[in-house]
Write a protein that binds this ligand. Structure first.
Ligand SMILES: [Zn+2]
Length: 95
């Protein structure tokens, strides 16, 4: 299919954004993170490790366009699309 740039994209690519907010893991973390953090903090100095809390909070921002994105362009056809930023976490995030 010819493009506005006058070139033909050899393989039409439809970029489908990953939607973490639709996954069971995301909804589970979103729903229960604050409860878990509250229950884990027993008032005796035992609380959730800061790393765990940070990983979970970053995971909730991962892939959500409202938390940042980049615009990309197909070098072949010039089609623009957006890519949401990733949390780059290794503990919780499956992306
Ligand atoms: Zn992530």
């Amino acid at each position: 299919m010819p493009t506005p740039a006058g070139r033909v994209c050899p393989v039409p690519v439809v970029h489908r954004r990953w939607r973490p907010e639709r996954t069971l893991l995301y909804r589970l973390v979103q729903t229960h993170l604050s409860t878990w953090l509250t229950l884990r903090d027993d008032g005796l100095g035992q609380s959730a490790p800061a790393l765990s809390e940070r990983e979970f909070r970053r995971y909730l921002d991962c892939g959500i366009l409202a938390h940042g994105f980049a615009r990309a362009r197909c070098a072949d056809c010039g089609h623009d699309f957006i890519v949401a930023y990733s949390c780059k976490g290794r503990g919780v995030c499956p992306s």
